[in-house]
Write a protein that binds this ligand. Sequence first.
Ligand SMILES: [Zn+2]
Length: 214
Amino acid sequence: MKAVVSSVRARAVQVAASVLVLASSGEAAAAEPPIFGLAIAIARDEKGERVVDDAWVERQIDDANGFFAPLGTRFRWTIEKELAEPHGELHARADRDALTPLTETNVIDVFVVRALEDVDEPGRYRMGVCWTGRGGKRFIVVARTARPTVLAHELGHFFGNRQHSTVVNNLMSYTRDGGTVFLDARQIATIQRSTRSFLETGRLVDVGPPRRVR
Ligand SMILES: [Zn+2]
């Protein structure tokens, strides 16, 4: 009798295991595009308030997803941090490099600052930059003055598009005339190649959709 019970149990386990296999192969067949985590560090303003609010950040992320999601690359805000002084304003190269120790692993770090001065043209202020810090660690800096497509533009750099375009309304150009902003075929191929490479090397991981833990 004991032997029968254990064989019934074993079978139950087997059935459960095959259901699990089916469930996971079903998910694989759907092939949801990866979602990459964003670690957002936000500086404080002169009054001690965050330089941007959640809605500002979400708008930048939504805008980036508008360009990247159709290409098979998505983003989600997974880590929020305060960016402490003296990192709230970046002027020299050393100020940018000093952010490297503040970066996380397996996600894309975005630092939102009060001011971002150009390191090649002092006195000129930028809305964003994709910077390679010490040890080759890449991260993004966005100024509080950034217009909505800035994070998407810097992610374009992060995903391998190093050059700027001179074509009006190209996401990787500086010029806009109010028309639809777009990426060209070569830029799209670069982003898709980088997405595969980031996943293969483990530089980024697929964090998946948000999960509710009860
Ligand atoms: Zn750029």
